[in-house]
Design a protein around this ligand. Structure first.
Ligand code: PXG
Length: 469
């Protein structure tokens, strides 16, 4: 299927694939995640991405596409980093694999655990590795329940999450997540997991309710649920500092302080899912730092390796780590690839780039504020109800009436239309319901942000034409 390296029409080198044949093979054999396979075929099959550099992708038909999503919120250092490939190559030649189960470890895993602990500070001295965000959250669930058993409180098992949260696609991940269609297909959530309202002011505030009051009400929902269930049965609360896949939901000021206080009051562990927020996305190394949260457990993935190889980690804080280590005996949990040497080597090299190029500071002081400023320019668009951003997470709410925040009919149709329009302009942003969201690589330039915003404006214009005429 592959020939020699050639120049694509835009000048980017790539292999000379037979794209039509690949598309046919894809349709014949490949089941895509979160995809209606029949519909994908009917609509012409997949767009085949063959190459990438910086913030740009190339598809097999030669189109150059601005990736305003950093893949799936993960390619923080951008595409085409030779030193990450080199780190993998070097490690694969030296030691491609060895396990960490039976009193063995490899240098990259040890170094990465140490590095993550250093980044998180003294409260987090221990790290457990897995391969995906879902697995990190499975690990969190397992560990939380083990912890409370060890504390002599075996009834403390219930985990509270939020509707519309995304915490992964394994059975535990999808259960912790609050996506109703996922639950429905697989008889989830598993017992002992339930969901409360999310701090989504634009969608859920009462008429006239200001964001602070709304944030208090949304946090109070946690205390109400805890009291309903009985605090003696509740093990943990899990939440992303800023919900990503839910629609870049930035909680109102005060929300997290209230959640934190409620967790403390009822002796409930706090899990901050940093799978999207971690590694610079919000303008700090971790989202909990930006939002002022003090979690007990921190699942992380995506930006940990910028997606170059699959890897995730669960950072385990203070008393949970102490109890596990001092009293836990064997923790019956782990994956073949926990602490995979090549993935750890790539993650280390990735963190090195983030540090050396000061990408976290770049998000905080430069491109984050610039994205916010440019998004503001869309606020008076006729079908835009709100723009919001934190660091390099941005959202634009599409609605029919700015005042009442009423949506267009069709439950997500406006978002889908807008997503398709921006895609046609070779710019990638994502629709979450009727919110258009973006999360470009942390290396994005001002010019590229301009292209993203202008693409969005053109897509909003086209969507408005579709919906209003
Ligand atoms: N937690 C959070 C906060 C996530 O965003 C996961 C856990 C699960 O990670 P893995 O590596 O198991 O996928 C995620 C993943 C989307 C989209 O369309 C978002 C994710 C994954 C796939 C698609 O926005 N987030």
């Amino acid at each position: 299927m592959t020939d020699s390296i050639v120049e694509t029409p835009q000048g980017a080198p790539g292999r000379n694939y037979d794209i039509d044949a690949l598309r046919a093979m894809d349709a014949a054999h490949h089941l895509h995640p979160f995809t209606d396979t029949k519909k994908l075929s009917e609509e012409g099959g997949s767009r085949i991405i063959t190459r990438a550099e910086g913030c740009w992708l190339w598809d097999g038909d030669g189109a150059r596409i601005l990736d305003g999503m950093a893949g799936l919120w993960c390619v923080n250092v951008g595409y085409g980093r030779a030193e990450l490939a080199e780190a993998a190559r070097r490690q694969m030649l030296e030691l491609p694999y060895y396990n960490t189960f039976f009193k063995t470890a490899s240098p990259p895993g040890i170094e990465l655990a140490t590095k993550i602990s250093d980044l998180l500070g003294p409260r987090f001295e221990h790290v457990f590795f897995s391969n995906s965000g879902s697995e990190a959250n499975d690990t969190a669930l397992r560990l939380v329940r083990h912890f409370w058993n060890l504390q002599g409180k075996p009834k403390k098992k219930h985990i509270i999450s939020r509707w519309n949260a995304y915490h992964g696609s394994t059975v535990a991940g999808a259960s912790l997540g609050g996506m109703k269609p996922m639950h429905k297909q697989a008889d989830l959530p598993i017992p002992g997991v339930s969901h409360i309202m999310q701090p989504y002011w634009f969608e859920q505030a009462h008429p006239g309710e200001d964001p602070t009051d709304f944030g208090k009400r949304a946090a109070q929902a946690l205390e109400e649920r805890i009291l309903e269930l009985g605090p003696e049965t509740v093990a943990a609360f899990i939440g992303e500092p800023v919900q990503g896949a839910g629609g870049v939901i930035i909680p109102p000021e005060g929300y997290w302080a209230e959640i934190q206080a409620i967790c403390k009051r009822h002796d409930i562990l706090l899990i901050a899912d940093e799978v999207i927020c971690g590694f610079g996305r919000t303008g700090s190394w971790f989202g909990h730092q930006t939002l002022g949260i003090e979690p007990d457990l921190i699942p992380m993935a995506k930006g940990l390796s910028s997606g170059y190889l699959p890897i995730s980690a669960l950072a385990v804080g203070g008393r949970v780590a102490e109890t596990l280590i001092d009293e836990g005996g064997e923790f019956y949990h782990g994956y073949t690839y926990s602490g995979h040497p090549a993935a750890c080597a790539v993650a280390l090299a990735n963190i090195d780039i983030i540090e050396r190029e000061r990408l976290v500071e770049r998000v905080r002081d430069d491109v984050g504020p610039y994205l916010a400023e440019r998004l503001q320019g869309l606020a008076d668009h006729p079908i835009v109800g709100e723009v919001r951003s934190l660091g390099l997470l941005g959202a634009v709410e599409i609605c029919a009436d700015k005042e009442s925040r009423a949506r267009f009919p069709g439950d997500g149709r406006a978002g889908t239309l807008c997503r398709d329009h921006i895609f046609k302009r070779n710019v990638i942003a994502r629709a979450c319901g009727d919110a258009m969201v973006m999360s470009p690589p942390l290396i994005v330039s001002h010019d590229e942000i301009d292209i993203l915003i202008e693409g969005l404006r053109a897509a909003l214009d086209a969507t408005a034409r579709d919906l209003l005429t």
